[in-house]
Ligand binder design. Structure first.
Ligand code: M6R
Length: 602
């Protein structure tokens, strides 16, 4: 989604603004712009398309201002165009805005009646005009910012500069994330704390209703009533955007290969199942039902974990897509209900909405979140950090395996608390996960060979049974989002009820199998595909692949594990396959079209 970056320094800030926007590119956008104050006046540069296009515009007439705001826009109100690109201006003011202003129509009419002249189709343009009118009536910039924050409906983060105070950056937050920092060279703010790297070592996270005043001397935060406040700080990882140190061609590939380290970090931090329980105020002996809620890849992690909570903890569990769940009609909650929300970014609007619904119903919510300091992490009743480290590629990979590893620990912890047998044995098996993922990664040359054969396909089908069904759906999502090949994941047993009509020799079918109780059932489904001339690529352990070698055109081997480990390990070749198919198609793997890393609108 949109990104904000702003800087005040002792030297021209345009290069830092461009660099800041590059760091936010992974969030997804379709136009970009900057505004600075130069010789007392606002200077604005905008371009449609990538930051490269904006950089070219800036290079042809570099602004010399030492204070500025910058923005990447993901179009919601009005098409991607220079006119609609941020920053937006009113006389003497420029602002950059993330989020949605729900009452912008009413405000636009009222402001127009009072003389505002709008140039864009965006909801955001009401902000500088509101500020301008307050300031024209003698209100200070700081108070004008707070008044505007109160007048707007929706979720938003705003950065503003004003000719009236050319040495102050202002920011306001409600609903959309915003972090500020200060270092030797001056002050900085961004919608993603990691984008402060190199400018500040710590990020202060604004809370809803807070504003920030950033000068060359420091940062001051004010709460909604205008009093000075201190807020939570996060360490900023200085290496996260250091691409020159990245031996991999893309962030996504690096993140896929980081998975063994992420798993080791999680198992090192949460040594025994009780360690995850210590982070959340829940007594699993009293839990009667669990609802897991998430979106996209996080939803598939939830779908898998649902099975684990039932198997290991013997608690009824259900899973819901957050965007659907939040508008459902509900029966009255049962005593002992628990909600678990899962989110890499912690800022997904639909997941936040679902969490609010749960809390309004009096159901405690625990969250599994990668971005500490995010809205979900702060607002849940208890949060378990995923410890995956910053994930830059839009396609989620290491955050998925982190979610599954933490969820496995949580399900085992719940089982232990409920005195279920065999938990120690499963926990011991979990310790082997990192090595198994490493072994799966070693099979990358075989994955590349398959990718070379299938990267021109128009459509692909992924099938799996039991715990491999959510993996099939995740594999299909990974492929479609970065390669733009149509892909669907199906429960293998469901094919004969309809999807088998899609089987033809041109459509690669990625079939997930594992030795174990469901093997024979899966094998029958795969043979049904083979009987209809399906082009089968098997992903599974050696024994399972051997039994089906007569029907597969290719196979990708993964180590053999149990129901807890096999789905996590089987994900690895699917991530690599999606990556290499997209690479062979010459696509922008880390920044796929139309997508955003952090989906902060409904
Ligand atoms: O940050 P979240 O985990 O809440 O994000 C949920 C989805 O938007 C996300 O998983 C999305 O599906 C990814 N692009 C998948 O790779």
């Amino acid at each position: 989604m949109c990104g904000i970056f702003a800087r005040i320094a002792n030297e021209p800030v345009a290069p830092a603004l461009i660099e800041g926007l590059r760091r936010l590119e992974y969030r997804g956008y379709d136009s970009a712009g900057i505004a600075t104050i130069e010789q007392g006046g606002i200077e604005r540069r905008c371009a449609v398309g990538k930051v490269d296009a904006l950089e070219a515009v800036v290079r042809s007439g570099p602004p010399a201002g030492t204070i500025g705001i910058a923005h990447t826009r993901w179009a919601t109100h009005g098409s991607p165009s220079e006119r609609n690109a941020h920053p937006h201006v009113a006389p003497g003011l420029a602002i950059a805005h993330n989020g949605i202003i729900e009452n912008h129509r009413e405000l636009r009419h009222a402001l127009s009646d009072r003389g505002a002249r709008f140039r864009s189709e965006t909801d955001s343009e009401v902000i500088p005009w509101l500020m301008h009118q307050h300031m024209a009536n003698g209100v200070s910039a700081k108070d004008a910012m707070h008044r505007v924050g109160e007048e707007l409906h929706g979720a938003f983060a705003i950065a503003a500069i004003s000719e009236n105070e050319p040495n102050v950056l202002r920011a306001y937050r409600r609903g959309s994330p915003l972090a500020v920092g200060f270092g030797e060279g001056g002050g900085v703010l961004a919608s993603d704390p990691q984008a402060l790297a190199g400018y500040a070592t710590e990020a202060m996270i604004l809370e809803d209703g807070d504003s920030a005043e950033i000068t060359r001397d420091g940062v001051t935060l004010f709460n909604r009533t205008g009093e000075r406040v201190q807020r939570q700080t996060l360490a900023v990882d200085p290496s996260v955007f250091a691409c020159e140190d990245n031996p991999y061609a893309h962030h996504m590939l690096r993140e896929i290969h980081e998975q063994p380290d992420v798993i080791a970090r999680i198992l090192g931090q949460y040594r025994v199942p009780a360690d995850v329980l210590a982070m959340v105020p829940v007594d699993f002996r009293r839990v009667s039902r669990i609802t897991l809620v998430a979106c996209g890849t996080s939803y598939y992690a939830a779908a898998l974990a649902r099975r684990w909570f039932q198997e290991f903890a013997r608690v009824p569990a259900e899973v819901a897509i957050a965007s659907e769940f939040r508008y459902e009609a509900f029966a009255p909650p049962l005593p002992g209900e628990l909600a678990i929300v899962i989110s890499q970014s912690g800022e997904t609007a639909d997941t936040i909405g679902a969490m609010e619904v749960m809390r309004a119903r009096g159901i405690p919510v625990i969250a599994l979140v990668n971005q500490i300091g995010s809205t979900i992490a702060r607002e849940a009743d208890g949060t378990i950090p995923l410890l995956a480290g910053p994930e830059i590629g839009v396609a989620s990979t290491k955050a998925f395996s982190a979610q599954l590893t933490v969820l496995a620990m949580l399900a085992l912890a719940a089982g232990q608390r409920r005195n279920q047998p065999g938990i120690g044995q499963f926990h011991a098996r979990l310790q082997k996960l990192g090595d198994m993922v490493t072994a799966a990664l070693h099979n990358e040359p075989a994955v590349i060979a398959v990718a070379e054969r299938i990267h021109n396909a128009h459509s692909m089908i992924y099938v799996g049974r039991g715990s491999l069904f959510p993996v099939a759906m995740e594999g299909a999502l990974k492929l479609k989002e970065i390669s733009y090949i149509h892909a669907e994941g199906f429960a293998a047993g469901e094919l004969k009820h309809g999807p088998i009509a899609l089987v033809d020799p041109q459509t690669p079918i990625i079939a997930l199998v594992a030795s174990g109780s469901l093997f024979e059932k899966s094998a029958s489904n795969i043979r049904e595909i083979a009987a209809r001339n399906g082009r089968i690529i098997l992903v599974g352990d050696r024994a399972a692949l051997l039994s089906l070698s007569d029907v597969s055109t290719h196979s990708l081997t993964v180590p053999q594990g149990c129901d807890l480990l096999q789905p996590i390990v089987s994900t690895v070749p699917l991530q690599l396959l999606a990556y290499h198919v997209a690479r062979l198609r010459g696509l922008d793997v880390d920044r796929p079209r139309n997508l955003a890393k952090s989906v902060t609108v409904e």
